[in-house]
Each structure stands twice: as C-alpha cells, then as structure tokens.
Design a protein around this ligand. Sequence first.
Ligand SMILES: Nc1ncnc2c1ncn2[C@@H]1O[C@H](COP(=O)(O)OP(=O)(O)OP(=O)(O)O)[C@@H](O)[C@H]1O
Length: 213
Amino acid sequence: MLAWSGLRHRYGGGAEISYADFALRPGRHLLLRGASGSGKSTLLALLAGLLRVQHGGLEVAATELQSLTPRALDAWRGATLGVVPQRLHLSDALTVAENLALPALAAGERPDTDRATQLLEALDIVELAGRRPHQLSVGQAQRVALARALMRRPRLLLADEPSANLDDEHTLHMLALLLDSAEREGCTLVIASHDARVVEALGAREDVAEVSL
Ligand SMILES: Nc1ncnc2c1ncn2[C@@H]1O[C@H](COP(=O)(O)OP(=O)(O)OP(=O)(O)O)[C@@H](O)[C@H]1O
C-alpha cells in the first residue's frame, strides 16, 4: 500500500533530505514523527503527489508515483487521496454542506449529498450542515475537514499535525475520529505530527506503525 526506497528530495540549492527505506504492512496505519524541519511535510507532499519524486521509488496505493506524468498524477490524486491539512482550508464563503461538495466539483463530478449527510452523521455534526466555517469551534471545523477529505472514498487519508490548536481532550478525540474513520472507510491513515501527546497515544496501538524522521 505504502512503500519507498532510495527516496531523497532536494529543494533548489538546499540540503538534501534522505528517507530511510520503508514499507507499511497491510492493514496498518502510519505515524510520521520528527522534529521541526526533519522533512515530514516534504514526505507528505511526496505521498500526496504534490512534489515530484526526484530520486528513488515511492509506491502509494499500488501506484509507482515516480512513473506518472503530471497529468496522470493529478487524476491519481483526486481518485486516491483525502487530505486533512494543518490549516483546514475550509471556504468561509460556503456552508459546511457546500464545502463538502467541493472535492466532487473540482473533479468535474456531481456532488453526492447523501454521502455528505452520511459522513456528517458519522462525525456527529449533521446539525452543522448549514453553518459557515467561522461559526464553528476548532474541533468542529476539523471534523468538517475530515468529512471533506473522505467524500470521494480515498484509499489513503493524510492528516498533517491534526492536534495543532487542540487541548488534550480534543486531541485524543480527533485521533480516535481519524482512526475510526479510516477503519470504517477501509483506507490507510497517515498522520504527521511532532506532538508528544499524539506520539504517546498512537505509540500504544498495534495497528499503527511509526517512522521517525
Ligand atoms: N519550499 C522549500 N524551499 C526550500 N527549502 C524547503 C522548502 N520546504 C521545506 N524546505 C526545507 O526542507 C527541510 C524539511 O522541511 P519540512 O517542511 O519537510 O519539515 P517538517 O518536518 O515538516 O517541519 P515542520 O514540523 O516545522 O513543519 C527544512 O530544512 C526546510 O527548511
């Protein structure tokens, strides 16, 4: 599902970031941990096909990303990936329900409103469908971003620093929601975090592998 070897990346003129070879066993999720600047966001961007593979091989959901053309990579990303970004990037001009329609619209497809309702129900925020993002708490907005990431049934769900701005209780709740959602949807979850609370909570789980950068 997820494996890389000989993977290296260099931003123009900067130092090279080199990743130790790794393969995720089927049925497991992944925690990417490491200090600030260690290369977590770069690896997430590579996994998401947002940065081109410069050196080495990167297999995500049965696809060798280094062999795709930029156009094929765009199509692959839309069909395979769900992302919960650190800054949630919800549109304040739109309601929650309209935000959930965006991934389909971006792919030139008809939004699936039943799917949106089903996800909002699963995340216990169906009553928020008509609100705008600025009318939500941080935790509620994060659940909306999670629902949006799941709309097109991704095979890989990426969450970048999901505990940023959350207190201890909400951090544990968000991690549980991410893991439960990934299990329910049958997708692989990758969390990037340098938060000791996240590392401690996930370190205790058999179904989560860890890569330390
Ligand atoms: N667009 C860029 N151009 C040049 N250098 C970059 C760029 N993005 C990241 N870097 C450098 O690459 C290295 C890895 O950065 P990256 O953002 O992947 O780390 P990180 O582990 O995600 O850090 P953080 O936890 O602070 O977000 C750092 O040295 C950073 O300065």
